[in-house]
Design a protein around this ligand. Structure first.
Ligand SMILES: Nc1ncnc2c1ncn2[C@@H]1O[C@H](COP(=O)(O)OP(=O)(O)OP(=O)(O)O)[C@@H](O)[C@H]1O
Length: 609
């Protein structure tokens, strides 16, 4: 079935896109590569013609006996052939180097493009398995396919030029030689096209299972799972599952390779038969004295070189077809669109006044989920106010944080800073106004200074401000006891790194949150790993530490909650109770119930001693 025109155009556009990408990455090397292709195309014709002259000179000299002139002509011709061969060798080496330089630069450029794209994408994609399939395919194909397309185009030009020269030469022998040349290379190319398509479809279907195998491999090698893996003796189970998945992939891949090898062999057998028929024809005409020995050598060579140029040409076309199919994986990743829309003309961030941050009638469900997480949530956080948010597991507290950071947009309702909807502000302005200690915070395997400084990247080297933040978070003593204080590398990934306890990490992360000059500081389970003493000191001066900024505290610990100005209870997707500790206890609702149960439990513990 012939390909529809629209699809042919799409394919051509992808080649064009790949070429533009390579050009943007390394224009000078791409230009040099193109020029070298042209130069290299001339050499085969020159050397062949010199070969014919050498053979004819020898034959003539042997037949006529004019030894002196014959030898001096031969020396001159061999000298010329040596110059051509040297020039060809030099150009080939330069072309190899230039191709390598181009491909390394392009590969790094592609990685950079992929990283920028990943960083720029909505958080929602990181919670969608389809996105991970797309990313996995892009990571597999992206780094090398664009360069291969450009190199394929180069080879196409080079083999095309060489082929035109050889076919021209062969036509002076007989018209059928050119036709036979084409006939011999065609089956091989058809095989390549058919199998690239098969491989492409196979890869599409196998991405999920490949990712699953990668996941088990990661579980067996990552530090995050190292402890449990040993304790629960999971190595054997993971390894078996990994081998089983890889076995399926390997079996299918090898079956495809087997089919391809057989088809390739049949194609090559056809080519050999045609080649031998042609050699027979050339030999036959030489014996009959229709062509000279020099002609015979030249035609033999021309046929062989023509054949390899044609093979190269057709394989370049088939290769381009394949690369073009696979580079689509990379471009579909680049084409993933964000759903969070940045305003084209963002409003200026309003100054802090009295309204604070208002959440009005928020409704939200995760993409593809039927059950809403938030349904009609309203809440106000005034400037300088410390609000605690409590609720059962899965009530939607962390989800609310994601909406506040505009990592997601609500389905209905709005969030506003001093009356301005977040959606009308530049994303960077919104995010600059919010500092968060996430429940699953990141432990950067970098220096202490960087771990805190990353809270406000522009002030990464402001050691005095970093020390102030550390002091406010109660991390100063811990840092002073580290071997290189603020320059100590944390974590065990790099040589000299020092591992901290979970609570010590938490102090560093709280310092990171304090370091950012934001209007709202959100602490999601901020003190779950802090010892009682540190927690007490942190909350004793919490208002002072906040220095006029608002805070949203999410916690299941009532010691954290009770120090807030207001406590809000999230239940059934809404705020159902809102007031001070005393007010909520008097109300005798959900909060009072939760508080009483925790108190009874604590008293029980005390009684048991
Ligand atoms: N990325 C996601 N995709 C789909 N559903 C999600 C996602 N993240 C959370 N959920 C669901 O949303 C609901 C609210 O989750 P959320 O993490 O906001 O709860 P939480 O109140 O912070 O819970 P906890 O107190 O246990 O931390 C849960 O039912 C959870 O399963």
């Amino acid at each position: 079935m012939s390909q529809p025109v629209s699809s042919k155009i799409r394919n051509a556009v992808r080649i064009d896109r790949a070429f533009r990408l390579v050009w943007r990455a390394s224009p000078s090397w791409t230009l040099l590569n193109g020029a070298l292709v042209l130069v290299q195309g001339v050499f085969p014709l020159l050397s062949l013609y010199l070969l014919k002259l050498i053979v004819d000179t020898i034959t003539e000299t042997v037949q006529s006996g004019g030894l002196e002139t014959g030898i001096s002509k031969l020396i001159m011709l061999i000298g010329a052939a040596a110059v051509v061969a040297l020039a060809q060798a030099g150009t080939t080496k330069l072309a190899d180097y230039s191709a390598e330089a181009q491909s390394t630069i392009v590969t790094d450029f592609v990685y950079d493009t992929m990283h920028r794209k990943s960083v720029d994408l909505d958080l929602a994609y990181y919670e969608d398995p389809n996105y991970f399939d797309t990313l996995h395919r892009a990571q597999q194909e992206g780094p090398y396919r664009p360069t291969r397309i450009v190199n394929g185009l180069n080879r196409l030009g080079q083999s095309g030029m060489s082929l035109v020269a050889m076919v021209g030469l062969l036509f002076t022998f007989h018209w059928s030689a050119g036709v036979l040349l084409f006939a011999s290379a065609l089956p091989g190319v058809l095989v390549q096209i058919v199998f690239s398509k098969k491989m492409y479809h196979w890869q599409q279907q196998r991405t999920s299972i490949e990712r699953k195998a990668d996941y088990y491999s990661w579980l067996m090698t990552a530090d995050a799972s190292a402890k449990e893996l040993r304790l629960f003796d999971l190595g054997g189970f993971f390894s078996e599952t990994f081998n089983c998945l890889r076995g399926v992939i390997r079996g299918e891949k090898l079956a495809l390779s087997r089919q391809r090898a057989i088809a390739d062999f049949v194609a090559q057998a056809c080519a050999i038969i045609i080649l031998m028929a042609c050699f027979l024809l050339i030999g036959f005409r030489t014996i009959k004295g229709l062509i000279t020995i020099g002609d015979m050598v030249m035609y033999f060579q021309a046929f062989q070189r023509g054949l390899s140029s044609l093979k190269e040409l057709l394989h370049s076309i088939a290769g381009l077809y394949e690369d073009n199919l696979f580079v689509a994986h990379f471009f579909s990743f680049l084409d993933v669109q964000n759903t969070l829309v940045e305003p084209t003309e963002p409003e200026a961030l309003p100054p802090v006044s009295q309204r604070g941050i208002t959440l009005t009638d928020l409704h939200f469900r995760y993409p593809g989920q039927a059950k809403p997480v938030l349904s009609g949530l309203s809440l106000t956080i005034k400037p300088g106010e410390v609000v605690a948010l409590v609720g059962a597991n899965g009530a939607g507290k962390s989800t609310l944080v994601k909406l506040l950071c505009r990592l997601y947009d609500p389905e209905q309702g709005n969030i506003a800073i001093e009356g301005t909807d977040l959606r009308n502000l530049a994303l960077s302005d919104v995010r600059r106004q919010i500092s968060v200690v996430f429940q699953d915070f990141v432990k950067y395997h970098l220096s202490v200074r960087e771990n805190i400084g990353l809270g406000d990247i522009k002030r990464l080297d402001d050691v005095a401000a970093i020390a102030t933040a550390a002091n406010r978070a109660g991390a100063e003593e811990l840092i002073q006891n580290l071997p290189n204080c603020y320059e100590t590398i944390l974590g065990r990934w790099f040589i000299g790194g020092v591992e901290l306890s979970q609570g010590e990490w938490q102090k560093i992360v709280i310092a990171r949150a304090f370091f950012r000059d934001a209007r709202l500081v959100i602490l999601d389970e901020p003190t779950s790993s802090l010892d009682g003493n540190t927690e007490y000191h942190l909350y004793l001066k919490f208002k002072e530490l906040m220095a006029g900024r608002s805070a949203l505290l999410i916690s299941h610990r009532f010691s954290t909650v009770s120090m807030a100005d207001r406590i809000c209870v999230l239940h059934d997707g809404r705020i159902v109770e809102d007031g001070t500790h005393k007010e909520l206890m008097t109300r005798n609702g959900i909060y009072a119930d939760m508080y009483t149960k925790q108190s009874i439990w604590m008293e029980d513990l005390e009684r048991k001693g």
